[in-house]
Write a protein that binds this ligand. Sequence first.
Ligand code: CA
Ligand code: CA
Length: 381
Amino acid sequence: MMLTMNPIIQPVKFLIALLLITLLVSPTVAQETFTTDEGVIYRVEKFMDANFPVGMIFTDAGELFYNEKATGNVRYVDAEGNRQLEPVITLPTDALQERGMQSIALDPNFNENGYVWVFHTAEGTTREFASNKVIRFRVEDGIGVDPVEMWSVPIDTGNLLHNGGGLTFDANGFVYIGIGDYGDAARPQDLEVPHGKIHRFAVENDALIIPEDNPIEGSSIFAYGLRNPFDYAFDPISERAFATENGDNCDDEVNIILGGFNYGYREGYECAGTDRIVGLTQYLPPILSYTPTIAPAGVAFYNNATVPQWENDLFFCSWNDGILHHVRLTSGRNRVEFDTPIDLGDVMCRIDLAIHPDGSIYFGTVGGDGGAIYRVVPIND
Ligand SMILES: [Ca+2]
Ligand SMILES: [Ca+2]
């Protein structure tokens, strides 16, 4: 379409024409909408290109912080969707294979103290192993200051896989941190080592301390028998953590994480699906199990009233097939009513996801276009 007119004498006409064009053109360029079986109408749109966005979290005001897996950068996007040019912080990060930046979490008192927490693989030296670390820093005018190392679990196996990487606070302010088995399948059942576990800590000033009511006295271990717990989210109703677990050639899982329970992974593990494993102390089978594997990644509860049909349902992304899973739990919150894909067209949901305060579901992907954050935007009629 050509617009030729005298810009000096016809600015008003120009604006009117522009408005008309906008009104006329909009319907034809409107994006495709999807409708679920339950009648939820939504669009899928790209929010922004992003460099391997591995962990994402929204503030109450709709600002986004996300981690870039490979660069060690934490990025800030304001509530209007403008990404700050400068990274919030850059942590020297070893990003070989599954190493790198992982989760990001806001401190429970973020609105007062500005603390942001991240889990990443710090580079090793000639004398020290690379190490998975939990770092807390304070955001001041968009820049991370005063970084404090809260925890470090050196990768003493030298393995590049199964780092774990989950980092989430519960409603009572305890922080849960997932450490993978570092490639040694014997460790998840060994309660003397931190690997293959989800840990629970209290925060006291600049340190993590072991809460008195942890299931194993004097230990940070909250749950064990895990191979590579990637992410978890707390159910707003039961207040229990639901965790994605990456199995070997079988048994990728979603588990309800209960204090003191054993999730079964061990040396010589045999695929069990959701069956009981006889003879294993405190074993709790998963609520969802996938063979062949799908590599379940980020998980979130839809803690938002924008789409009543989705309220308090569980959503997670799976790396291998790029599916955004919509999981409805039973009223007892301990079984699955259904696990159904949300149609994303040809978009893949492969890493983390986060619910915006406006009810949209944001998710990260990587692929041919280098990486991006997309969103599922519900349409109210
Ligand atoms: Ca298991
Ligand atoms: Ca997450």
